[in-house]
Unconditional design. Structure first.
Length: 169
C-alpha cells in the first residue's frame, strides 16, 4: 500500500508526467516580435490571432525575454501624469496587462491599450507594448494571470518561436 502511494506521488511530480506530452502545449502564450511590431496570441496549441502593436522608440526600451503576466487592470490609472483610468486622454487606454520584466512586478512594463491608435505599428513607446483598445480588451479576457509572454527581436516566424517555447505541438 505504501509503495503504491509513493509510486503515485512520484509519477505526479515527475517531469515526464503526463507521459510523452509537453505540459505547455494548450496553455495560453503570447509572443511579441519587436522586429515586425506584432503580437501573437497562442492557445490550445493554435495561433489564435496576430495583432499589430507599437513597441519602444529604441530597441532596448522594450525588454526581451520570457516573462509572466502578473497584473491585469481595467481602465488603468496613469501615474506619470495623474490621469484617471477611463479618461479619454489616458495613454494606457482601456486595459493594462502587466508583465514582470526586470523585477518590476508588472507595474512598469505591460501590454496596454492606447488613446493614439495611429501609433500602432510604430516604434513609439517608452518600453511597453501598445495595442488598439478593442484588441487589448479581447486579449485581456482570454489570458489569465500567470500567462507567459515572450518578447523577441527576430526574423523567425511565430510558428517557429511557439514550437521552440513549447506552446505549439
Amino acid at each position: 500500500m505504501l509503495q503504491t502511494l509513493f509510486l503515485s506521488i512520484l509519477l505526479v511530480v515527475s517531469p515526464i508526467w503526463p507521459l510523452g506530452e509537453n505540459p505547455l502545449v494548450g496553455d495560453p502564450y503570447i509572443i511579441v516580435n519587436k522586429q515586425t511590431n506584432q503580437l501573437a496570441y497562442i492557445n490550445e496549441g493554435v495561433i489564435q490571432n496576430v495583432y499589430s502593436v507599437a513597441t519602444g522608440t529604441q530597441n532596448e526600451l522594450t525588454p526581451e525575454g520570457e516573462f509572466m503576466i502578473v497584473v491585469k487592470a481595467p481602465n488603468p490609472y496613469y501615474r506619470k501624469k495623474d490621469i484617471e483610468g477611463g479618461a479619454k486622454e489616458n495613454p494606457l487606454g482601456t486595459r493594462w496587462i502587466g508583465f514582470d520584466a526586470l523585477e518590476t512586478d508588472g507595474r512598469i512594463y505591460g501590454v496596454h491599450g492606447t488613446n493614439l491608435p495611429q501609433s500602432i505599428g510604430h516604434y513609439v513607446t517608452a518600453g511597453c507594448v501598445r495595442m488598439e483598445n478593442n484588441q487589448v480588451e479581447e486579449l485581456y479576457e482570454e489570458i489569465p494571470l500567470g500567462t507567459k509572454i515572450l518578447i523577441v527581436n527576430t526574423n523567425e516566424s511565430f510558428e517557429y518561436l511557439a514550437r521552440e517555447a513549447g506552446a505549439l505541438p
